[in-house]
Ligand binder design. Structure first.
Ligand code: ZN
Length: 297
């Protein structure tokens, strides 16, 4: 699968680049930032990101919610996509984030400035946002492009819900990929059927050279964190899944099936979160086996 390969390539590239002191160039960024026509995912939920980095808009008469801001160079596209759907960035009241890497949080500083929105983040992610840069304890520390500092960041508690008009967004801490990873759930309705929507954070065990998930002084609870996140995905009510990298949940296959008028709606797949957890568990198993074999040689 393309997404899996991209993750794998990213992991290899990061391992090679981690010894450098300056942030490495981003070989995937132009592909991630390829323009994408915005579209309705379901009900009041829309895809507004570039092709390779999800950004999701949830709308209401009293204002909107935006999840993730792509790269710094994605913001023009995100704003134009919101406008193309007939909405305005100025009406975004809340900006949420999955994790504070430059490819999902890099555009948030600018989007916050344009909208004046409140930014909601976990304690760990919020601390990184306020200062900018890369957080200590991040498995990819030393191999990441730093993010710009973000204003108006509000800290969430695990399970806390946030309202904008009729929209209720609930936070779920899903750490592992970073110590502050967060997934989001809400409901969107179409033809009087309301669906459980899930925006799942990345759960790939990608790390800079030298980092070990089995014993990291900076991130000692990494394995427990992954377990918490897998359990969340295995148990959360999940009709429509969107992941930070859209291909990781087969979004483009679903869009294509929809264009072929496949019924029932291929966007709805109640097994998607469990399958994502299964794949995450397998990736972590492989990563730990690699760490073990490196120790032995
Ligand atoms: Zn990441």
């Amino acid at each position: 699968m393309r997404g899996g390969l991209a993750c794998l390539l990213a992991a290899v590239w990061i391992s090679v680049a981690a010894g450098q002191s300056a942030a490495p160039p981003c070989s995937s960024c132009s592909e991630w930032n390829r323009p994408q026509k915005p579209f309705r995912i379901l009900g009041n939920t829309y895809y507004v990101g570039p092709h390779g980095l999800s950004s999701v808009l949830i709308t209401s008469d009293a204002g909107h919610v935006l999840i993730d801001g792509g790269l710094p160079e994605s913001t023009g596209q995100i704003v134009a996509n919101i406008r193309a759907l007939g909405f305005r960035i100025e009406d975004v009241k809340l900006i949420l984030n999955s994790h504070v890497h430059f490819d999902h949080a890099g555009g948030i500083a600018e989007l916050q400035k344009l909208s004046g929105a409140r930014v909601i983040a976990s304690e760990w992610s919020g601390a990184v946002m306020r200062k900018g840069g890369v957080g200590r304890g991040d498995p990819q520390f030393g191999a990441l492009t730093p993010i710009a500092p973000v204003k108006n960041v509000h800290e969430l508690r695990d399970g806390e819900s946030f309202r904008v008009g009729a929209i209720v967004m609930t936070s779920h801490l899903t750490p592992g990929h970073t110590p502050g990873g967060t997934s989001w759930t809400w409901k969107s309705c179409e033809a009087q059927i309301c669906r459980d929507m899930v925006y799942a954070d990345s759960l790939t065990p990608v790390a800079a050279a030298g980092f070990q998930f089995t014993k990291s002084r900076e991130y000692p609870r990494a394995l427990d964190d992954f377990e918490k996140s897998f359990t969340f995905l295995e148990t959360v009510p999940c009709d429509v899944l969107v992941t930070t990298h859209p291909e990781a949940s087969g979004l483009w296959d679903r869009v294509e099936a929809r264009e072929r008028r496949v019924t029932p709606d291929p966007m709805v797949d109640s097994g998607a979160c469990r399958r994502l957890a299964e794949r995450g568990r397998e990736q972590l198993r492989q990563r730990l086996a690699d760490e073990e074999s490196r120790k032995l040689h």
